[in-house]
Design a protein around this ligand. Structure first.
Ligand SMILES: [Zn+2]
Length: 439
């Protein structure tokens, strides 16, 4: 039996759900726009670590980060599955539609039936809608807000729904920004051409971002995901895309719903790569700063920031030593894969020299010996040895290459922000947004 649910069934189900739309009351706490930002994998150790990463050495002055400034509560993330540990698909569905589902579910409930999310509800009210991500745009988190499929792995079906789904005779999205060119074929009749026919301005690289000047617009700026911030020649790429998204969406008279995902905090967490994770946090924090500034200028906008889960079991302090050394992390200028590849590309006798091209601290004899031993054992062994040097030196702990069940921080700012104070289940976040809107 095919698990793919045809578009017509999705459309029919959404049409059935549409009867409950109502007009929002004119209340000062009723937002005109909603900006929802998700740091994928950004558990509390990531926001804490980022604070000390900015401060530097122990004893330095500590300044509250933008996350600290906007923090209002915490959220549980468990899925409707036989585990307390969620994946990004179930949590995206929870954060989009206020419905718990199984790990892997994209915008569908436990029976694999489509659930209407807040983005679709906003669309029905005539709002502009957009998604921005540093992963492929059809990856689990943004997909949970837009598409309805039984499995997050159905990338092609998800991309198709981005383009072909209709809400009240309208497309789902006015703005799509991120990676994922390969899922939106530019061949004749392909999804990219269909979007061009629908009037979307299109760009295919970050250098052309400034060319987007009206909606609808799409920018697919990488084949799949964008490079990690730490490896990128534009480490603040999410900041740039968020700026562009806010300027495009606020140029319309109607309200807008914008989803911004810091997608790769999670991926660095899966790799147990703290330097990679802090660079992603920095880009995401910059994007949050831009959104906060937008709310300062447009106080009728609601900004909510949270994570879908925490990744890696990150902890700040390890090996029974009462230290965490972010200043070590700041000396690392590549993620583990390119760092390992550059070591492997040179003779073993040049390991120290190669290391120094990407890392500002020199290897001790013991560290060098460990890398030399791993060098002969292949790239995955060497990668693990590289991470061990960085994690041990900085006293960074990790418990898993997967996700964990810890609660995640919730930040809110602007119109209606008080609704998110305290403990909440992740499904209550969109429920509270919808309640504020009277949807
Ligand atoms: Zn993950």
């Amino acid at each position: 039996m095919s698990i793919y649910r045809p578009l017509s069934a999705v459309a029919a189900a959404l049409a059935l759900l549409s009867g409950c739309a109502s007009q929002a009351p004119a209340d000062p706490e009723t937002p005109k726009n909603i900006i929802f930002m998700i740091g994928d994998g950004m558990g509390p150790a990531f926001t804490t670590g980022y604070r000390y990463y900015l401060a530097g050495e122990a004893g330095s002055e500590v300044t509250p980060t933008v996350f600290d400034q906007l923090l209002v509560g915490m959220a549980a993330t468990y899925p409707d599955d036989n585990t307390w540990v969620t994946d990004s698909a179930a949590s995206a569905t929870a954060l989009a539609a206020g419905v718990k589902s199984y790990n892997g579910a994209i915008g569908v409930d436990g029976q694999k039936l489509p659930v209407e999310g807040i983005l679709a509800k906003a669309r029905k009210q005539g709002w502009s809608t957009g998604v921005v991500a540093t992963s492929q745009v059809n990856h689990a988190t943004p997909a949970g807000f837009v598409a309805h499929v039984a499995s997050r792995k159905m990338y092609d079906a998800i991309a198709e729904q981005y383009v072909q789904q209709r809400i009240a005779d309208n497309t789902m999205l006015d703005l799509i920004l991120g990676g994922g060119q390969r899922y939106f074929s530019r061949d004749p009749g392909g999804l990219a051409e269909q979007m061009a026919e629908q009037g979307y301005q299109q760009i295919w690289s970050m250098e052309d971002l400034s060319q987007l000047n009206q909606l609808p617009a799409m920018g697919l700026v990488a084949d799949v995901a964008m490079p990690h911030a730490i490896d990128s020649d534009q480490p603040e790429r999410l900041v740039a895309m968020t700026d562009k998204a806010l300027s495009l969406m606020s140029s319309q008279d109607q309200g807008f719903f914008l989803l911004v995902e810091g997608s790769q905090i999670d991926w660095c967490g899966h790799a147990n790569d703290i330097a990679c994770a802090m660079a992603e946090m920095h880009d995401f924090a910059g994007a949050v700063e831009r959104a906060k500034a937008f709310v300062d200028a447009n106080p009728d906008t609601l900004l909510v920031i949270t994570a879908d889960h925490s990744t890696g079991g990150l902890t700040l302090g390890a090996n029974r030593v009462y230290e965490w050394k972010p200043e070590v992390i700041a000396q690392v200028h590549a993620s583990v894969v390119p760092l390992t590849q550059s070591l492997l590309a040179a003779p073993v006798t040049e390991l120290s020299a190669r290391w120094s091209e990407k890392v500002d601290f020199a290897l001790t004899d013991t560290e060098l010996a460990a890398l030399q031993k791993a060098y002969g054992e292949g790239d995955s062994q060497l990668g693990r040895a590289v991470l061990k040097v960085i994690n041990d030196r900085s006293f960074t702990g990790w418990t898993t290459g997967g996700h964990t069940a810890v609660d995640v921080p919730v930040m809110a700012y602007g119109a209606g922000a008080e609704a998110f104070i305290g403990y909440q289940d992740n499904i209550e976040i969109p429920q509270r947004m919808m309640s504020l809107m009277g949807w």
